[in-house]
Ligand binder design. Structure first.
Ligand code: FES
Length: 177
């Protein structure tokens, strides 16, 4: 691994995972996406010093890191709410009930889209396609995906999250091991 001047560091477990990732790909630049997940898992977001660290470790440009951070809605450059609920409002999900579902969530959480509850627990976002178009309405919570959602299921999910338990998802997309 490259010597680092950045103020960022992964913890020991994260660093071991990072080393395995870099070995797995044909070029170290290819490990950028899963490395971003690792950092976000540790920090809750990807802080500027972690961008510098990635530039040093993976020999990528800062512009490339920022490009991924701004393109993919699952990555965060800023500190975030404990649970960020991202509801797809693209056409397939829209046709299967995304709008009333979003209204239900807004009412239950007492916030609008793009807002965070005063206790910092929940944020609500409307996002474009989550690649679950036949299973809408769909919602993403980190790496967890909930599909064919109904208001009742959303209530169950919120209830569980309020107790600090992430409920079993329909799909978990693990991008880093
Ligand atoms: S349109 Fe909602 S997941 Fe594709």
């Amino acid at each position: 691994m490259a010597e680092t001047r950045s103020a960022f560091a992964l913890n020991d477990a994260g660093m071991a995972q990072f080393r395995r990732l870099v070995e797995r790909y044909p070029t170290k630049q290819s490990a950028l996406m899963p490395a971003l997940w690792l950092i976000q898992d540790q920090e809750g977001h990807v802080p500027p010093e972690a961008v510098d660290w990635l530039v040093e470790q993976l020999d990528v440009s800062a512009a490339r890191v920022h490009e991924l951070l701004s393109f993919y809605t699952m990555f965060r450059a800023e500190p975030q709410a404990e649970y960020v609920l991202q509801v797809c409002h693209n056409i397939s999900c829209h046709l299967s009930g995304a709008r009333p579902l979003l209204e239900h969530l807004k009412q239950r959480l007492g916030i609008g889209i793009g807002e965070t509850t005063p206790d910092g627990k929940f944020a609500l976002e409307g996002v474009e396609c989550l690649a679950a178009c036949g299973m809408g309405p769909a919602m993403q919570l980190g790496k967890h995906f909930y599909e064919k959602l109904t208001p009742a299921r959303v209530d169950e999910i919120l209830e569980s999250l309020r107790r600090g338990v992430v409920p079993r998802a329909d799909t978990d997309r693990e991008l880093a091991e």
